[in-house]
Design a protein. Structure first.
Ligand SMILES: Nc1ncnc2c1ncn2[C@@H]1O[C@H](COP(=O)(O)OP(=O)(O)O)[C@@H](O)[C@H]1O
Ligand SMILES: [Mg+2]
Length: 200
């Protein structure tokens, strides 16, 4: 069976998970895989010379496990991981993969049918991040000493991506972001398969 795979990448707190969930509510036959579910245990995370745990790098993630989850979905794509709105047998299964390090991970390069990347400015990112509670909690100086520099590095690596990535302004409202992406996907899915009709 064919499937349509959507990547939602972007900066920490850019709104990736929120957007993925909003899309899942409205897209038929849609599953979500979140990269955040594949962090290694804290005991396996490297520390830098300042004692900062190196969480915002590919090495902090069990990417083999994430790839296995994707492969497993692909083997039986009609079966949603969670209940989803208005699914029916004819609709092409959709998989949304959302996370902060997707388009830098070569083994996934060939999988994307459509790629989005959420950005927000430094100040807004720092503000949103400070309101979230992480496990382990961000120590003082972590955002400027690890999170943001790693983001800038990954963002730069994306300049060499060979396929189209649609950049999204994460400071727009949740509703506006949803509509922008939903409309874009409606077009893409219609081109992909004339029989695919999205839920109203
Ligand atoms: N479009 C938006 N505008 C303002 N705040 C948002 C928006 N989308 C998400 N948020 C908020 O930003 C924070 C991070 O959102 P989340 O979707 O978890 O981001 P990510 O998965 O990219 O880390 C949450 O507090 C969420 O409520
Ligand atoms: Mg998230």
């Amino acid at each position: 069976m064919k499937a349509f795979v959507i990547g939602i990448g972007g900066v920490t707190n850019g709104g990736k998970t929120t957007l993925a969930k909003n899309l899942q509510k409205r897209l038929p036959n849609c599953s979500v895989i979140s990269q955040d579910d594949f962090f290694k245990p804290e005991s396996e995370i490297e520390k830098d010379k300042n004692g900062f745990l190196q969480y915002d790098v590919l090495e902090a993630l069990n990417m083999d496990k994430m790839m296995a989850a994707i492969s497993s979905w692909m083997e039986n794509p009609g079966r949603s991981l969670e209940p989803t709105a208005g699914s029916s047998a004819e609709e092409m299964p959709i998989l949304i993969i959302e996370g902060f390090l997707l388009f830098n991970y070569k083994p996934l390069d060939a999988i994307w049918n459509r790629s989005y990347f959420l950005t927000i400015p430094y100040e807004e990112c720092k503000r949103r991040r400070s309101t979230r509670v992480y496990e382990p909690p961000d120590p003082p100086g972590y955002f400027d000493g690890h999170v943001w520099p790693m983001y800038l590095k990954h963002r730069q690596e994306m300049d060499s991506v060979t396929w189209e990535v649609v950049y999204l302004d994460g400071t727009k409202s949740e509703e506006d972001l949803f509509s922008e992406v939903y409309e874009d996907l409606t077009q893409k899915l219609a081109n992909q398969s004339p029989s695919t009709v999205l839920a109203k």
